[in-house]
Design a protein around this ligand. Structure first.
Ligand code: ADP
Length: 263
């Protein structure tokens, strides 16, 4: 009696989802959410059925980045119908709250919210079973990461870092956490790697360059690519139309990333 999972319950498959891919980072502000939304869009463009779960419960950015603001419906008061944005099935705690309201919750509530988004959202509502569910994790190595990796079967994690030493240091902790939880790591991405000045063509290494590839090499993990600092990426993220929807260099970079995740 009682459907509540016990602590010893092993990981379960998220209903309506074939493979979960977690996007993680050690530090905040390195571009984890940007990579998540653009990877989701790039996978849709490659013909896959894709969902995006915004697991950053304290700082949900996917409603803004994906341009979705409607509150998801729950006709039976229990299951939740996810939104659809740019061909991606989307759920974020941010859709249930006003944008400027803080989520002031302790660990157990966080875990409850995440488990609801994993178990009560009808992920297969729009497209049938999803090929990939991209989970945009909060930065660091906290309760949400633990809950996801112990309660759900995660096919793999991607760790995003800037080349800066402080970011890399924290990225190593995230990698260590996945190793402890036996979650496979698909690879590392270096974001904000270079800045090409659009006026003079000069290339500046604002946060350094090459550190993430070197780290991946050291750990024997795949290096999935370096993304430059790009104004259009930031602007399109802020306006809810991910840059991966377009045809430029960044869209190609995200399409390359999607191809590496699929194979
Ligand atoms: P995180 O999820 O790691 O906190 P975000 O994806 O929210 O990071 O990115 C932080 C800010 O940096 C956002 O305003 C985003 O638009 C911007 N940003 C991320 N990646 C890039 C990039 N490659 N070029 C320019 N701006 C970027």
């Amino acid at each position: 009696v009682g459907g509540h999972p016990k602590p010893q319950d092993g990981p379960m498959r998220i209903p309506g989802v074939r493979q979960v891919i977690a996007i993680a980072s050690g530090k905040g502000g390195v571009g984890k959410s940007t990579v998540s939304s653009n990877l989701a869009v790039a996978l849709v463009r490659a013909g896959h059925k894709v969902g995006l779960l915004d697991g950053d419960i304290h700082g949900p950015s996917q409603p803004r980045m994906m341009g979705a603001t409607q509150r998801p419906a729950s006709p039976d008061g229990k299951s939740i119908i996810p939104l659809r944005a740019h061909g991606v099935t989307l759920m974020s705690i941010g859709l249930m709250l006003a944008e400027d309201k803080a989520v002031v919750w302790r660990g157990p509530m966080l875990m409850g919210a995440l488990q609801q988004m994993m178990g009560q959202v009808q992920w297969d509502y729009h497209d049938g079973e999803l090929d990939y569910l991209i989970v945009d994790l909060p930065p660091g190595t906290g309760d949400v990461q633990l809950t996801l990796c112990t309660k759900a079967v995660v096919a793999g994690a991607i760790v995003v870092s800037t080349p800066q030493d402080v970011a890399l240091l924290d990225a190593r902790k995230a990698l260590d956490m996945f190793a402890t939880m036996k979650t496979p790591v698909l690879g590392l991405i270096e974001n904000m790697s270079l800045f090409h000045c659009p006026n003079c063509g000069h290339e500046a290494q604002i946060f350094g360059h090459g550190g993430v590839a070197a780290e991946a090499g050291r750990l024997g993990l795949p290096f999935l690519g370096a993304l430059p600092i790009d104004l259009e990426t930031r602007v399109s993220g802020d306006s809810g139309t991910p840059v991966a929807l377009g045809e430029g260099t960044m869209a190609r970079a995200f399409s390359d990333l999607a191809a590496q995740v699929v194979t």
